[in-house]
Ligand binder design. Structure first.
Ligand code: SF4
Ligand code: SF4
Length: 408
């Protein structure tokens, strides 16, 4: 029996969460709903069912989007339950320390490995090796075609590191850079630094920070996740504010005290803000923005909406740009299917949910899509590329920073 799964008893089986669950809406299968999964977790916990393929499949097909938790009248902590169920299932699996697993751990933990990976990626794309590999069919043979197709083109960008701004605020802001964002979101990180320094803050460099731990935690690898969390708690101990630009990481940082119950983890959760919230709270009208006449749709990541609960902030922030037309992407209440590495492990469901988003995009006259989460942005961008739609996907702070007067 796992104590963490005792909270399944709080579910009154009312079914109010069912129409909010993407996997239930797609399949109509009770076992693919929050209520059904909670019943399976209960049965697993009291020994009525074993961790067989069928049960494991229904637990693993959950996107962990937490739309069910956000609207549950009985306040069932679904996020905690699904993490506990993954951990229980994982403990039944034999762990093999293969080379890929060793690389994954080093990548999540050490910045130098991420930086080296970034350089290799640039070389792979610019040397022509990418074109060659794609044409050769080797990616299909190795089962890497889907993962490779999600990698965005490494672009050069114009944002400079806030050279015109002198810090005049005494508090320091540390930027949480994240593991995947450090590889693929250079412009978003540069934009975040630029805007924070435009507001008068110095941006501290928390050199020993690492992955937030979400990828490990949500896959049931709690010990590895706790190691990463502890490392971040120490890395950010000296900063007055911690700001993250990927809402998936932000949601994890906010919930550190649920996993490490001490004053240091609570302090980190308390001083952490999503970048859009931080910029809005500290905005200074002396910061001038050039007009931009574009039709922008805002995609709301589940982590921003259901966990950080600040999905309105990117709208408010973008509306500071004169001339911009900002609308909400229809269907924002349902997950896009990215969900961490779900887009790799469950390509069929991930693509079906993505297709709904692409249909909404095609129905509207949109020239830019913004998203505050790197995983969603990569998934949406890959879908747009496949459809041949020339629509840029960017982070809201990148749009804002590009319009900052006097930085180029
Ligand atoms: S999880 Fe909440 S909303 Fe869903 S069936 Fe249980 S009590 Fe009802
Ligand atoms: S987390 Fe999302 S996919 Fe999983 S049961 Fe809840 S609503 Fe459904």
């Amino acid at each position: 029996m796992d104590k963490a799964l005792d909270a399944t008893d709080r579910c009154v089986m009312c079914g109010m969460c069912l129409p909010h669950c993407p996997t239930y809406m797609k399949t109509g299968n009770e076992a693919e709903s929050p209520r059904g999964r909670i019943a399976l977790m209960q049965a697993l916990n009291n020994g009525q069912l074993g961790p067989d393929e069928n049960l494991t499949g229904h637990i693993e097909s959950c996107l962990q989007c937490r739309a069910c938790e956000a609207m549950c009248p009985a306040l069932v902590p679904y996020g905690e339950l699904i993490d506990a169920a993954h951990a229980l299932l994982q403990s039944n699996n034999k762990q093999h320390l293969r080379l890929a697993e060793l690389f994954r751990r080093a990548f999540l933990k050490h910045r130098v490995v991420r930086q080296l990976s970034g350089l290799l990626l640039i070389g792979y794309q610019r040397s022509g090796l990418q074109t060659l590999t794609r044409k050769s069919g080797a990616l299909e043979l190795l089962g890497l075609a889907r993962a490779e197709s999600i990698i965005p083109r490494q672009r050069r960008f114009r944002l400079e590191a806030g050279a015109n701004h002198r810090p005049h605020k005494s508090q320091s802001v540390a930027l949480f850079t994240g593991c995947v964002a450090e590889l693929f979101e250079h412009e978003t990180l540069a934009a975040s630094r630029l805007l924070i320094s435009a507001l008068g803050y110095s941006v501290a460099n928390a050199e020993h920070q690492c992955c937030c731990g979400a990828l490990d935690l949500h896959a049931g690898r709690s010990p590895q996740a706790l190691t990463l969390m502890q490392r971040n708690i120490e890395a950010f101990a000296e900063s007055d504010f911690v700001v993250s630009s990927a809402s998936g990481c932000g949601a994890m940082l906010l919930e550190y005290p649920d996993h490490i119950d001490n004053s240091e983890s609570r302090t980190l959760a308390h001083k952490h803000f999503d970048i859009s919230t931080f910029l809005l709270d500290h905005w200074n009208d002396d910061v001038q923005l050039e007009p931009l006449y574009r039709h922008v749709a805002v995609h709301s990541p589940c982590s921003l909406r259901n966990v950080l609960k600040c999905s309105q902030q990117p709208f408010e922030l973008l509306q500071k740009i004169p001339g911009i037309d900002v609308v909400e992407l229809p269907g924002n209440e349902l997950c896009c299917g990215a969900a961490g590495n779900y887009m790799m492990t469950h390509p069929e469901m991930a693509d079906s949910l993505l297709q709904d988003k692409l249909e909404h995009i095609k129905e509207h006259d949109i020239d830019t899509l913004v998203s505050s989460n790197i995983g969603c942005a990569l998934h949406l961008q890959a879908g747009l590329r496949r459809e041949g739609l020339d629509i840029e996907v960017v982070h809201p702070v990148t749009m804002l920073a590009r319009q900052l007067k006097g930085n180029f």
